[in-house]
Design a protein around this ligand. Structure first.
Ligand code: LLP
Length: 412
């Protein structure tokens, strides 16, 4: 089976080393840091575009639609780029729905998932016919949707998200389909939902969806979940008296942050085809695998603090800018943007937030002298980086810049 192209799997390949240090689309990263200040998120738009096109190419003829999971990165210029590449979009809030509309994703390209949909939001989206389908995560949500559809007199297309009970064997905080996880509906709840939709005047069931977790590195959990979904599909179609229009397999395709072997979305789709047969249209909802490796967080060393046995690099970026290391103990490559001819030394790399968990790396060997003013890059942050940032400790939000060829779009 084909693996993703090399460019998709390497945390630093979107930012190659040139004469003036690492660059993005021919622009030295140091120049961008100078111009916009640090901390600064930089995204390589060309890299994203070629990754998306390559995936589209590989999936051609497989009957699979790609819905970008916007939660991974909702920087408006980046969304515009993705919308122009003919992708659908997976949304999890009314806020994301508005961003999708602004970015140019057509209503037919939008799927609205997520646990929280409030009545006024549903009223607006349903009355405007503003999504292709709403993916339902609970029975009370379904009741509210059907009520709003009745009141507005507009039909509503529905997908039901299945919680298969399968453990995706990833970090516990990003597993979503185990018993006890808050997402989706059990088999019994799905069958009940089908009955309620059948009884309703304006509800139409289009499909079933699943999303078992994120940063998944093996096909096994998908296989297990697909087997269960296939059985459920038969029951649902029997109850409905007709075939479903699609199955949405979710996202979750893991990438290489350090030494992991990334999971190929194409393999997951091939597995699904085998399980579900040749006819039913499929959808996937990748977030991380489309954008993570296209992002770097530029940050400056403010102090080198030697204290006890430790050498702390105190950066102007912290957990307020990138919470993944604090929240999931995740690994991110950290490298100087301009190579220094020094031997690697061990550093503990921290931000300025008043929390002991504000540590990007502990005892990490980095080839830098660690002088104040040194520009570092924290890599693989194009997904779940800026979108999860906060104002904690009243630090301002980092700026984001999307670079494409000669064009740089700055969003403050
Ligand atoms: N579809 C649904 C319904 C989801 O909940 C998610 C992610 C995705 C698609 C996209 O998954 P991806 O392909 O990006 O793995 N903040 C965490 C990740 C949380 C993912 C939540 N749901 C992290 O930084 O690792």
């Amino acid at each position: 089976m084909a693996v993703e192209s090399e460019t998709m799997i390497d945390p630093v390949s979107a930012f190659p080393v040139q004469e003036k240090g690492r660059e993005v689309c021919g622009v030295p990263l140091s120049k961008l840091a100078e111009k916009h200040g640090t901390p600064l998120y930089v995204y390589n738009g060309d890299f994203i575009e070629s990754g998306v096109r390559s995936l589209q190419q590989k999936l051609r003829g497989s009957g699979t639609k790609i819905h970008y999971a916007m939660k991974a990165n909702s920087h408006p210029p980046l969304l515009k780029l993705l919308a122009s590449l003919d992708l659908g979009v997976d949304l999890v809030s009314f806020g994301e729905w508005k961003l999708a509309a602004d970015a140019g994703f057509k209503a037919e390209a939008r799927i609205w998932s997520g646990l929280l949909k409030k009545e006024a939001e549903l009223r607006k989206v349903i009355s405007e016919n503003g999504v292709h389908a709403i993916h339902v995560e609970s029975l009370p949500e379904l009741d509210l949707i059907l009520k709003v559809a009745d009141q507005t007199g507009v039909g509503v297309r529905i997908g039901l998200r299945y919680r298969s009970g399968v453990d995706a064997k990833t970090h516990t905080k990003i597993s979503t389909a185990r018993n006890g996880d808050k997402f989706g509906l059990t088999e019994d709840e799905i069958l009940e939902a089908v009955r309620r939709i059948k009884k309703s005047k304006r509800g139409q069931l289009l499909g079933l969806s699943q999303h078992i977790g994120s940063q998944i590195l093996s096909l096994d959990p998908y296989r297990q979940s697909f087997q269960k979904l296939a059985k459920l599909r038969m029951k649902v179609e029997k109850s409905l008296g007709q075939t479903l229009e699609y199955l949405d397999l979710g996202g979750g395709f893991g990438i290489r942050y350090h030494k992991e072997r990334p999971l190929d979305a194409v393999q997951v789709v091939a597995l699904a085809r085998k399980q579900f047969g040749p006819d039913i249209p499929l959808a996937i909802e990748p977030g991380r695998s489309l954008v993570a490796q296209a992002g770097v967080l530029l940050t400056e060393v403010v102090f080198l603090k030697k204290s006890g046995k430790d050498a702390f690099l105190i950066l102007d970026a912290g957990m307020n800018d990138l919470i993944r290391p604090a929240l999931y103990d995740s690994y991110h490559e950290i490298l100087p943007i301009q190579a220094e001819r020094v031997k690697a030394q061990k550093f503990t790399v921290v931000g300025g937030v008043c929390e002991s968990s504000d540590v990007f790396a502990r005892g990490r060997k980095i080839e830098t002298a660690g002088k104040a003013g040194t520009l570092l890059g924290v890599f693989s942050v194009g997904a779940y980086g800026a979108v999860m940032a906060s104002h904690y400790n009243a630090f301002p939000l980092a700026k984001e810049v999307l670079v494409r060829g000669e064009v740089t779009a700055l969003h403050l």
